[in-house]
Ligand binder design. Structure first.
Ligand SMILES: N[C@@H](CCC(=O)N[C@@H](CS)C(=O)NCC(=O)O)C(=O)O
Length: 210
């Protein structure tokens, strides 16, 4: 197996943290997306959608959606389980991962990609140029604040995003919070004490620096 990776952006980080939690090291190929290497002819053959990460399997096939990559890694390296130990837990974690992708990750991407000058004409990842819309950046910022508040409420009576064990949902939510407060410069509102407590705890895990 081989991972096409790039240090910095949130999506490859979700896979690196997942691997670190499993204690697995993979061969890596760095694709520097700040230098535009995702658009090279060579990389387009690997992923026509021009995004990282990409996991190349031993049979030569490649997958590029984070949840598909992490679920495949879970099957290959089941310990420690990060998608739950029962069909019910797995369903709740998958449900949460979907929510985090749609309402967390996509909201931060909407805010950042519709406003950052370096992403002009690049409002959506992929091979096609798509223009920025300033109103979408504003809407994205509002959605991120709702996401913070929703996660804070979810963490009211539980230690982790889904129940009492660390899971793929915590990996996804932590990366979204860091993406929002870091690259997108969207501050976490005051008073979200559950979210802050949870973030301090998950960010202190050694895997967070992967
Ligand atoms: N396919 C991934 C998303 C991958 C993605 O959006 N990667 C970003 C980095 S975080 C990328 O490669 N961006 C390339 C670009 O901005 O042109 C998923 O399942 O959500």
């Amino acid at each position: 197996m081989k991972l096409y990776d790039c240090p910095g952006p949130p999506s490859p980080r979700r896979v690196r943290i997942f691997l670190a939690e499993k204690g697995v090291e993979l061969e890596k190929v760095i694709v520097n997306i700040r230098e535009g290497e995702q658009f090279n002819d060579e990389f387009r053959k690997i992923n026509p959608n021009c995004t990282v990460p990409v996991l190349e399997l031993d049979d030569g096939s490649r997958i590029s959606s984070i949840d598909a990559i992490n679920r495949y890694l879970e099957e290959k390296f089941p310990e420690p389980p990060l998608f739950g130990k029962s069909p019910e837990e797995r369903a709740r974690i998958n449900d949460s991962c979907h929510y985090i992708n749609v309402n967390g990750f996509m909201a931060v991407a909407e805010a950042l990609r519709n406003s950052a000058p370096r992403l002009a004409h690049r409002a959506i990842t992929g091979p096609h140029d798509i223009e920025q819309i300033a109103e979408l950046a504003e809407r994205g910022r509002e959605r991120v604040v709702y996401f913070f508040k929703d996660m804070n409420k979810q963490l009211e009576n539980q230690e982790f995003i889904v129940g009492d064990s660390y899971s793929a949902a915590d990996v996804g939510a932590m990366v979204v919070v860091d993406f929002a407060t870091g690259m997108a410069k969207i501050e976490m509102p005051d008073g979200l004490d559950n979210l802050k407590r949870w973030h301090e705890k998950v960010a202190a895990r050694p895997s967070a620096s992967a």
